[in-house]
Design a protein around this ligand. Structure first.
Ligand code: ADP
Ligand code: MG
Length: 317
């Protein structure tokens, strides 16, 4: 791997107070997409940026890639400030964009060679063949991009992000529209890059994807980082379910005797108890019965990621 900096930095990416407001026009009001993002992504990590649609993930990534101009704050890549040292900063990062936009008239081989030229990679150091083979596009090297399937285009975008051998690779929602088999191949390859020392940043709105791959997960919602922790810790915070009980007789208020439980009375009369999966439903039901509630019906609900984001945002501390 080509490392443009004399010393490997502690952090592959740092952002301090990063802000973005998209200017509106006559039809759309201005949009404050990032409200002061602080993030420090350690060198060598497999880092997940998790958040619902519209959270600001792509805005953050595109500022790093120089595609979106920030409104405030600071960011550096591999120790290079994106304002003071944009060439080195950009040279240290390879971004696989969310959108499948590519020039339809160039073959994968031509696309890679042009990209390498754009980054000033000398002919002798180019690795177009190696990269195309790695992403399984070698047999398509001379095909027009417009004749490639969605999955192939996605892999070509991955290949393009790698031509300058960046120490940091960012994948922005790379599995949207990618079938299971391709997804497996893509992850196998990304894991290998990571094992070789590349820092990987993955944005996704799928918790399962982040939880399987990432050692650290930051959760972003409405342009703010609301949590950034090692994956097991994040999971324990997200690992909550809800027991929903329909009582035989209508409850006028939350029954006494449920203290210590995260219980609410819903508008439809159901008693909802949020619990961690380390607690057993049986123990909850005993508490409910002891509180004098007879149960007509019950079900459990999986956590809705949106709801969890909201509760995390509004939770004190
Ligand atoms: P994510 O990638 O997490 O889905 P985005 O960064 O794409 O989120 O979007 C964050 C917010 O900024 C959204 O409300 C989105 O509608 C808005 N937004 C994104 N790009 C633009 C743009 N070019 N102009 C105006 N608003 C934008
Ligand atoms: Mg996005």
């Amino acid at each position: 791997m080509r490392d443009p900096s004399p010393h490997a930095p502690d952090f592959a990416i740092r952002a301090e107070g990063l802000e973005k407001t998209y200017r509106g026009d006559r039809k759309t009001p201005p949009k404050r997409a990032l409200k002061g993002i602080d993030l420090a992504i350690p060198r060598g990590s497999f880092f997940g940026l998790l958040g619902p649609n519209g959270a600001g993930k792509s805005t953050f990534i595109n500022i790093l890639g120089g595609l979106v101009v920030k409104s405030g704050g600071k960011a550096s890549i591999w120790g290079y400030d994106i304002d003071a040292d944009p060439r080195n900063a950009r040279g240290a990062i390879g971004i696989v964009p969310q959108e499948l936009n590519m020039d339809p008239f160039f073959s994968p081989w031509e696309s890679l060679e042009m990209q390498a030229g754009f980054y000033g990679v000398p002919k002798a150091e180019r690795r177009s063949e190696e990269i195309l083979k790695a992403v399984g596009l070698w047999d398509k090297k001379d095909a027009y991009a417009r004749t490639l399937s969605g999955g192939m285009k996605r892999r070509l975008l991955v290949a393009k992000a790698l031509v300058h051998a960046p120490p940091v690779v960012v994948l922005d929602e790379p599995t949207a529209g990618v079938d299971v088999e391709l997804r497996r191949q893509l992850w196998a390859y990304v894991k290998e890059l990571h094992a070789q020392g590349t820092t990987i940043v993955l944005t996704t709105h799928y918790l399962e994807e982040a939880q399987e791959l990432c050692d650290t997960i930051a959760i972003i919602n409405h342009g703010e980082v609301i949590a950034c922790e090692p994956t097991p810790q994040i999971l324990s915070r997200l690992d909550r379910r809800t027991l929903v009980i329909a009582p035989q007789a209508e409850l006028s208020a939350l029954p006494a005797g449920l203290d210590g439980l995260d219980a609410t009375l819903r508008k439809d009369g159901a008693l909802a108890i949020s619990y961690a999966s380390s607690q057993t439903v049986e123990s909850l039901l005993e508490r409910v019965k002891a509180a004098g509630v007879s149960i007509k019906d019950l079900k459990t609900e999986e956590p809705d990621l949106e709801d969890v984001f909201v509760s995390m945002t509004s939770a004190p501390g």
